[in-house]
Design a protein around this ligand. Structure first.
Ligand SMILES: Nc1ncnc2c1ncn2[C@@H]1O[C@H](COP(=O)(O)OP(=O)(O)O)[C@@H](O)[C@H]1O
Ligand SMILES: Nc1nc2c(ncn2[C@H]2C[C@H](O)[C@@H](COP(=O)(O)O)O2)c(=O)[nH]1
Length: 207
């Protein structure tokens, strides 16, 4: 990988994606692309009633990320400039396969592929895995009111969905480098030497 690395940080809710992406952006002086969360008008309603609000929410995330990645492509990727993102577009499908049912899931799949198949994809994914207790602790530490309603069973399913999705991505796109990080054991926030190891790994991959 010689030019214009596109790095994504992925993992289930609360794994530390935004934290790690922001730290790497500052350390490596690479611009960061962050997903929109606080302005999302459906998240609160979604956690109150997933079946009622899932289609609106998944479509909102999909359209937002599509627009962000279109802009990122023009500004950075097409010009071989490095960029780091706190999500991979595939995240949309991981969630939607879990939250949507029946005809809506079928329609969503079609729209997802129409919108995303030709988008630029990251060439490096830092995949933060973490166990349920760690995620619950970090979500509560973050303190977003609407996330207090998250059902631990939903979170556990997402942990498993992420593992399945990353394995499937590795098979489908062997050129994409996936770096697993054990977020329950490796603490890049409290331990600078652990962060330094991740930085060294990323530098080697993108040099
Ligand atoms: N390695 C870590 N050790 C301790 N706290 C962390 C760590 N990573 C993230 N956090 C904290 O956990 C919360 C969730 O992190 P965040 O980066 O927002 O997760 P994500 O973007 O994956 O949902 C934040 O309050 C953040 O400060
Ligand atoms: N149903 C979906 N929920 C999503 C999606 N992307 C993010 N989210 C939720 C999960 C969190 O409550 C919040 C922020 O996400 P983080 O992973 O950054 O913590 O938004 C999605 O595509 N579908």
């Amino acid at each position: 990988m010689k030019r214009g690395p596109f790095i994504a940080v992925e993992g289930p809710i609360g794994a530390g994606k935004t934290t790690l992406a922001s730290m790497l952006s500052a350390e490596l002086n690479i611009p960061i692309l962050k997903e929109i969360v606080e302005e999302n008008p459906f998240l609160d309603k979604f956690y109150q009633n997933i079946d009622e609000w899932s289609f609106q929410l998944e479509m909102f995330f999909l359209c937002n990320r599509y627009k962000q990645l279109e802009d990122t492509d023009l500004q950075y990727i097409a010009q071989d400039k490095p960029v780091i993102s706190d999500y991979h577009i595939y995240k949309n499908l991981i969630f939607a396969e879990r939250t949507l049912k029946g005809i809506k899931r079928e329609k969503y799949r079609q729209i997802y592929h129409i919108l995303t198949d030709d988008l630029p994809k990251p060439n490096v994914i830092l995949y933060i895995r973490a166990d349920l207790d760690t995620l619950l602790y970090r979500i509560s530490k973050r303190g977003r009111a609407f996330e207090e309603q998250i059902d631990p069973a939903y979170l556990q399913q997402l942990i498993e969905d992420y593992d399945t999705a990353m394995a499937s991505l590795a098979e489908r796109e062997p050129a994409t480098v996936i770096v697993p990080i054990n977020g329950s054991e490796v603490d890049f926030v409290e331990h600078p030497e652990q962060f330094a190891r991740i930085v060294a790994q990323v530098k080697e991959l993108i040099s």
